[in-house]
Ligand binder design. Structure first.
Ligand SMILES: [Zn+2]
Length: 757
């Protein structure tokens, strides 16, 4: 603890200064730097690794899925801690649909029948994994119950492209059970796409090429997934709407109006289960048919074939579909001068089984921050704005705890929220930040002032180095190249990521338009191999995720600074230039997508006319020609062109005015600018919403319909072009331009106040 604290102090005076200088000239000022630095040193002094270790051990001691006694006990214990730290805290409950398995089975019906194991054995030497048997076997929440028997087909990752390839191979999954491997896209898309293609059941397994012995040594020898490890998870179709499947758009309070289960569009209709790679190998070995394309092969010692084979699979799942209570812990530290401006910070507390890394590694940082803030308050400091700390329940089944809370308090949040900062799994390694790009500069300033414990340079400098190395590597993606270019230029901020979904920021960002940041450290520690399994334990996390919990402390110090600065800053912490640059880049991608799509359709129609697909195929194997692409009609991107140009000009004017006049603004004008900027990001989420999923309002950031957790930027427009919905493409070019123009108009108002015109 002492050693780390000393290094952070160094960071405040040296590493920070080098990178900041050129960029502070265009930045909004934060309060008197020396006072702020002293406050932050005090905050750091309260961060205690041993305490967090004890909390982590306690909270991950028993299974803590939704509805489990330990999950509730954790919420109640945290409530008491928040109160002890001096916060005004309470638990808010919701009643959500959360299915749990009553019975489930997967059997191979063959000359040699085989029954798949859906419980994971304890691991010798890992006392958590053997301390308490999970009450629930491995399963996929919100699959559709059923009892089916059919031949099996291997569908690779089970993504849209894979079904197109299957069609080319002349294979139909109609009436079959499919087996897909994890990876390449969100878990829930696999059974959803299987269902859409006529399959009657779906199995998902972790192939060791992506998640197992081909990656690293397996647990307990190494961190990777052991042969019997199973990835649980939710397959709720959150891309339609977020949260509880029965109460779209409203909080799942006790008396809320609810859909019937059969009416909910986000629950699957076919049964689905996750299995281990030891079991998958037995099933895959029985498949006949064509050998799969090279990219479809995993690392099991078998010849991968697409199927079907002579054997059939029996898959049966039956669940308890009752409502369960979720427990969100809400803790408030009231602001002294602006109590109606809220800086919010959250992390979930429910997990699959023990959940040491996911989510408790982030949760104990959150709790430690709350303790440190409480201590600052007891020493006489008080935040200017109100700080709200939130420990969410029911994130794992589909971001239920956060979404229901956001829906319940939507009107108040739209008025008062200035920023929501999220974390989840955390581990050893590099900073990873995502969120609204007008907060990119804010993240950069904080990252300049936090020292990486492994290298003793700032976490910003370390991240820049990584971006430079990765973006200049052979085969680097265009995105990686662009990141490297920004990272090496000290006059530019390092880029933060666009957010899609997969953690509790979604309802804030995408339903309300409240700006969010999602912060984590990782990539060096290895939490992935036990993700959503019985082996995500305290022992595994301490050995492989974050030895010594050094980065658990670092997360608290990083997010603590974001919270303290956002709570006390005299001027808005947004910087518009980064946002304008980023949106310009997104729009360039749209233009490229449109051109590529148009050229691909022209090329393919010539190939179809010339019988290219038949002539290029092996005549001894079944094959068929691809479905013809639609030719791309003209799309009117003019409104977007104008909006992006206007945004760049308005952003430049605002940032310049802020840098020149921000510090000497009269108090009344300062309040006026703060109030204009407080809700500016909400202009990006107008009421219209996205096509066929209007719960998602944000027209800049969304989870992709066919990527799941992965972000789609300018989603209304981009997805319309990708999915050949031309009327939507034209309409969303206008809606998105309108939203950007509203943002620019707000900037112009703030600029006028800053310039006194
Ligand atoms: Zn999580």
């Amino acid at each position: 603890m002492k050693r780390i604290f000393a290094m952070v102090s160094v960071g405040l005076v040296s590493a920070g200064a080098v990178l900041v200088v050129s960029r502070t000239t265009i930045s909004a000022p934060v309060p008197a730097p020396s006072a702020q630095a002293a406050l932050e040193r005090n905050f750091d002094a309260a961060i205690t690794i041993d305490e967090m270790r004890g909390w982590l051990q306690r909270m991950s001691a028993e299974p803590n899925h939704v509805g489990s006694p330990h999950d509730k006990a954790n919420a109640e214990w945290e409530l008491a801690e928040f109160k002890k730290f001096g916060w005004d805290a309470h638990i808010e409950t919701f009643e959500v649909l959360y299915p749990t398995p009553v019975s489930e089975s997967v059997e191979l019906l063959d000359a040699q029948p085989y029954k798949v194991t859906l419980q994971e054995r304890p691991i010798p030497g890992d006392s958590s994994s053997s301390a308490k048997d999970p009450t629930l076997p491995a399963y996929l929440a919100y699959q559709g119950d059923g009892d089916v028997t059919a031949p099996l087909v291997y569908v690779n990752y089970g993504m849209l492209e894979d079904y197109k390839a299957l069609q080319r191979m002349g294979i139909s999954v109609e009436g079959k059970i499919v087996i897909a491997r994890y990876g390449a896209g969100w878990r829930g898309l696999k059974p959803k796409l299987a269902q859409e293609h006529g399959a009657i059941g779906c199995l998902i397994y972790s192939d060791p090429v992506d998640d197992g012995y081909a990656v690293e040594g397996t647990y307990p020898d190494g961190p990777a997934r052991p042969s019997q490890g199973i990835q649980r998870g939710s397959v709720i179709d959150f891309t339609v709407f977020g949260g509880d499947p029965l109460t779209p758009g409203v909080g799942a309070t006790a008396n809320a109006k609810r859909l019937k289960i059969s009416e909910s569009p986000v629950i699957l209709k076919i049964p689905a289960l996750p299995i281990s790679y030891a079991d998958a190998q037995v099933l895959l070995k029985t498949l006949g048919g064509q050998v799969v394309p090279k990219e479809w092969r995993g690392a099991l010692p078998i010849t991968y074939r697409v199927g079907p084979g002579t054997a059939r699979v029996h898959l049966a799942v039956k669940s308890d579909w009752s409502l369960k209570t979720v427990y969100d812990v809400v803790a408030v530290m009231k602001g002294s001068t602006s109590p109606d401006q809220w800086v919010m910070r959250g992390n979930h507390h429910d997990g699959w089984v023990f959940g040491a890394a996911d989510p408790l590694s982030g949760q104990v940082s959150l709790l430690e921050e709350a303790k440190a803030i409480g201590r600052l308050v007891s020493q006489g400091w008080r935040p200017k704005r109100t700080i709200v700390y939130l420990s969410w329940d029911a994130e794992e089944p589909g971001l239920l705890g956060s979404t229901e809370w956001v829906e319940t308090h939507a009107a108040e949040l739209k008025q008062k929220a200035i920023l929501y900062i999220n974390s989840d799994t955390n581990g050893r390694g590099f900073l990873s930040a995502g969120g609204n790009h007008d907060f990119e500069h804010f993240v950069n300033l904080v990252a300049d002032d936090v020292t990486d414990p492994e290298t003793t340079v700032s976490i910003a400098k370390r991240l820049r180095a990584k971006m430079e190395v990765e973006g200049t590597r052979r085969g680097a993606t265009d995105e990686a190249k662009a990141e490297a270019k920004a990272a090496i230029d000290p006059s530019k901020d390092f880029p933060i990521k666009a957010l899609g979904s997969g953690s509790d920021y979604s309802a804030f960002l995408e339903h309300l338009g409240v700006p969010t940041l999602d912060i984590e450290f990782g990539e060096e520690g290895s939490n992935g191999g036990v993700y959503h399994s019985r082996y995500d334990t305290f022992e595994h996390f301490e050995r492989f995720g974050d030895p010594g919990l050094v980065y658990t402390a670092l997360l608290a110090k990083t997010i603590g600074r974001l919270v303290l600065r956002a709570a006390d800053a005299d001027m808005p912490v947004q910087q518009a230039g980064d946002f304008a640059d980023t949106v310009t880049g997104y729009f360039d991608q749209v233009k490229k997508l449109e051109a590529d799509k148009r050229n691909a359709a022209i090329m393919q129609s010539k190939m179809l006319a010339g019988n290219a697909f038949q002539l290029a195929a092996d005549p001894t194997k079944a094959s068929s020609v691809p479905t013809a692409l639609q030719s791309v009609p003209p799309i009117d991107l003019k409104p977007m062109d104008l909006a992006v140009t206007r945004l760049a000009a308005s952003a430049k004017a605002y940032d310049t005015a802020c840098a020149q006049n921000g510090a000497r603004l009269a108090p009344a004008a300062r309040l006026r600018v703060a109030s204009l900027m407080q809700t500016i990001d909400q202009t990006l989420a107008p009421p219209v919403g996205l096509p066929e999923r209007t719960w998602y309002k944000n027209l800049i950031y969304a989870p992709g319909r066919y990527t799941g957790y992965g972000a789609k930027t300018l989603p209304g427009l981009t997805e319309a072009i990708e999915e050949e919905r031309w009327a939507d493409a034209n309409a969303y070019a206008r809606f998105t331009a309108d939203a950007l123009n509203a943002y620019s108009a707000r900037l112009d108002q703030a600029t006028a106040v800053l310039n006194g015109t």
